[in-house]
Design a protein around this ligand. Structure first.
Ligand code: SAM
Length: 483
């Protein structure tokens, strides 16, 4: 991340303006805007004006102009109206007001998985889902999934060559290339929101996407299928850039991505942050690939506490807490990125995998069923299902390893536990033997054994110790020199 300060302090600090004089407002408030300062006005539900600005450091005061769009008052509806005419929806009067993102009871913080969204207070379970974020369509970058290409909001001017590039993509497969083009175009549009928001996107160095991985990184995956898929994807993005960003391309295209790395970074942003939804805009209902600021800071969980909802009435994306969900202050708010997908798909698209992916179960061919306690003790595993680990106290031969595959199996095996039938020793022994054999067969397919892994780790550890020893000596040498 370009900045370590909490996101909401930079982008959504709001001031209420109480006194206006000759279109000028003096805010006796102790803040300043970090360059480039940007102010936007919106009218809130109470009909007073909000000034939204990027804020970070205190100063004494500053003044701003009030924009000249009309501040319409929804007419007061008489309770007993003589008229037979139907009054317009009060929202009709709010069209044209500049809108910004709103957040309720959440904070953006940087954690082990980059930025994430956290509860700023306890959330008691409610019977109905409740809104924690509202993001207006104006801040998004959306493209219809199918032809004819439609952009919401429509930021591409008629005849701009980026449209031809987008138009040349395969409607079935190239959604990420189209979204990357739109993102790069938004960075280049004067006053576009994404010019500021890009400060909060992970840079190429911070981004865990495998599209940006080196050949060395890919080899370390020890998964030839995944590595080869990623090589193909890297090549696809590179060829697309070469085809459209050639020496004869117009300057307004060239400056969007002067080198292929920039374009591939944009594709990785599109892949790892895109949300797919059906949205209704006016009379149109569209399947859409969407980049939604703020909502794209939510991390993934297979047991999410939040979900997305499109509010068509005023074109807002709502992030909502599940009905009946309890969340404690400080807990992370999450959504489910993909259901029914194995870890290799998560790695491909998002650059992470999960040890608790319920879709990544190990398939056993035999019919062996085994009591959970027997299984855990046979494989020296302890802990609760979420955090099974090797129990060295149970280990007889001093083997310090339980392979990941066995632990993964423990989560998914055809086991039963207390409350079901009690274990029958003779059947258990037979089942254990079958499962052990099958685990051994699976493990044989991996390039290293646990012994080899231990050896590699030993070498690595020695190298780290040597390096740290050298650093120590160098530090002592420098200290001597200084003194
Ligand atoms: C939509 S973004 C979420 C915001 C992101 N953490 C950031 O700093 O911008 C998706 C990226 O977040 C990270 N991420 C999300 N959920 C994760 C998880 N459960 N475990 C590890 N990384 C995760 C991955 O790097 C993924 O590509």
């Amino acid at each position: 991340m370009a900045s370590t300060a909490p996101l909401h302090y930079h982008l959504t600090h709001c001031f209420s303006i109480s006194q206006c004089k000759d279109k000028e407002v003096l805010l006796q408030h102790g803040w300043t805007a970090r360059p480039p300062p940007r102010y936007s006005f919106s009218r809130n539900r109470e009909n007073s004006i909000n000034l939204t600005t990027s804020v970070s450091r205190p100063i004494k005061a500053f003044s701003v102009d009030i924009p000249s769009y009309p501040l319409l008052q929804p007419p007061k509806v008489e309770e007993e109206s003589d008229s037979e005419l139907e009054p317009a929806d009060p929202d009709f009067y709010r069209i044209g007001y500049a809108r910004s993102m709103r957040a309720y009871g959440i904070e953006f913080k940087e954690g082990p998985d980059g930025f994430g969204v956290y509860a700023a207070k306890d959330v008691e379970p409610l019977r109905r889902a409740r809104v924690v974020m509202e993001i207006p369509i104006e801040l998004m970058l959306n493209i219809s999934k199918k032809l004819p290409w439609m952009f919401f909001p429509d930021i591409i001017p008629l005849g701009h060559p980026i449209f031809d590039i987008i138009n040349s993509t395969d409607p079935e497969t190239d959604w990420d290339l189209r979204l990357a083009c739109l993102l790069l175009f938004a960075f280049d549009c004067e006053d576009n929101f994404w010019q500021l928001y890009s400060d909060f996107l992970p840079s190429a160095d911070e981004c865990p996407s495998l599209l940006l991985a080196t050949e060395e990184d890919l080899l370390e995956l020890q998964d030839e299928n995944l590595a080869s898929t990623m090589r193909k994807q890297q090549l696809r993005a590179l060829e697309f850039w070469e085809k459209n960003w050639h020496s004869g391309a117009p300057l307004k295209i060239k400056r969007l991505a002067r080198d292929p790395e920039k374009f591939i970074w944009a594709v990785s942003m599109a892949q790892s942050r895109c949300i797919n939804m059906q949205i209704r805009v006016g009379a149109l209902t569209q399947d859409t690939n969407m980049l939604i600021p703020y909502a794209d800071m939510l991390n993934h969980s297979f047991e999410p506490n939040c979900f997305f909802h499109w509010r068509f009435k005023d074109r807002m994306l709502e992030v909502m807490i599940n009905a009946g969900q309890q969340i404690r202050k400080g807990e992370e708010m999450t959504v489910n990125y993909m259901s029914g997908q194995k870890n290799d798909m998560f790695m491909q698209r998002y650059g992470f995998s999960s040890p608790v992916n319920p879709w990544d179960v190990i398939r056993f061919s035999g019919n062996a069923r085994i009591h959970l306690d027997s299984f855990l003790s046979v494989f020296n595993i302890s802990g609760l299902p979420e955090e099974y680990c090797h129990n060295s106290l149970l280990s007889k031969e001093g083997d310090a390893f339980v392979d990941g595959a066995v632990i993964a199996a423990a989560r998914t095996l055809p086991t039963w536990s207390d409350g079901d039938l009690p274990p029958v020793p003779s059947i258990e022994r037979k089942a254990v033997k079958e499962l052990q054999e099958e685990c051994q067969k699976m493990l044989a397919q991996f390039p290293t054994t646990s012994k080899k892994d231990l050896k590699i780790l030993g070498i690595l550890l020695k190298q780290i110790m040597d390096a740290s020893h050298q650093l120590d000596s160098y530090a002592t040498f420098l200290l001597c020199k200084i003194s």
